[in-house]
Design a protein around this ligand. Structure first.
Ligand code: FBP
Length: 271
């Protein structure tokens, strides 16, 4: 773990990553609610919002679209990823190298590790190579840390999620992206286990503005650094409104009510 508060991945020590690797991880189904979200140009435009500290994409999307946005968007290169067509034990192909991500213009890297998978050993060794190479470029490293695999029971318990955050610290991630462990107390414990590694919540499936912002607020109140979110932004008809509200909660420590009001009483989508 290295200090990253001067890097483009953070703003005032906080993080709001817009994740857009769903076309690989989940497939076209994630674009059904808002068909224009299938067009990366739409999501790159969304990522120019001041609240977004970084846009996480896979190699092909970065190559094709980032050249038009390099002055307006900070790029997080999501190095590994697998399609939802894969039915085997959780694993993730390394699709580009840190060297190439640097060439494309990335400011930071992201890497999934499925702790508990039968492939954990090779995934952690691949993470090692990426993490050490990223250090050569002073690129922050974000671990998508998801306990997941054949031998793992209760991968969503607070204990498993605290453990996944701890893996981030132990293995040298600067930021650990974890699922919400269910309560603010559990998130506090998750943050405690991560030590100097920042903890961000993984957005999850789309829910109402209020429910989503309340989750984010409890992450911030628990000492978390913010959020890495995809569907709860790009599956909304007006993604800029939820980003206005997220900016309030994450960077200005506003209440959920203040954030909703400032965003013009964001519509209760997904209700
Ligand atoms: P969401 O906010 O839409 O959950 O996106 C975060 C993310 O980690 C994406 O980067 C990734 O594509 C997806 O979730 C993976 O989700 P899962 O592995 O739980 O299906």
């Amino acid at each position: 773990m290295i200090p990253i508060d001067d890097s483009p991945l953070t703003r005032d020590g906080k993080v709001l990553i817009l994740a857009y690797d769903h076309g690989l991880e989940h497939g076209p189904v994630d674009f059904e609610d808002v068909p224009e979200s299938a067009d990366p140009t739409h999501v790159f435009d969304v990522a120019t919002h001041d609240a977004v500290t970084s846009l996480a994409v896979q190699k092909g999307v970065a190559e094709a679209y980032y050249p038009s946005y390099e002055d307006d968007v900070d790029l997080l290169a999501k190095l590994n990823g697998t399609s939802n067509l894969w039915r085997g034990e959780p694993n993730s192909a390394v699709n580009w190298t840190v060297d190439y991500a640097n060439e494309v213009g990335a400011d930071s890297i992201g890497f999934t590790v499925y702790g508990g998978s039968n492939h954990e050993i090779e995934m952690v060794e691949e993470f090692r190579d990426a993490q050490e190479k990223a250090r050569e470029y002073d690129m922050p490293v974000v671990m998508w840390s998801y306990p997941r695999g054949q031998g793992l029971r209760n991968a969503t318990t607070p204990e498993s999620i605290a453990y996944s955050a701890r893996l981030g610290l132990e293995l040298g991630a600067d930021v650990a992206k974890v699922k919400y462990p269910g309560s603010q107390d559990a998130m506090e414990e998750t943050v405690r286990m991560a030590g100097k590694t920042k903890v961000v919540m993984s957005g999850g499936s789309k829910r109402s503005d209020e429910a989503f912002l309340s989750n984010v607020k409890s992450v911030i109140d628990a000492g978390g650094a913010g959020l890495a979110v995809g569907r709860n932004v790009f599956q909304r008809e007006h993604p800029e409104r939820i980003l206005d509200a997220l900016e309030k909660v994450i960077f200005e420590e506003s209440s959920v009510e203040e954030a909703l009001a400032a965003a013009g009483g964001a519509a209760p989508e997904a209700e």
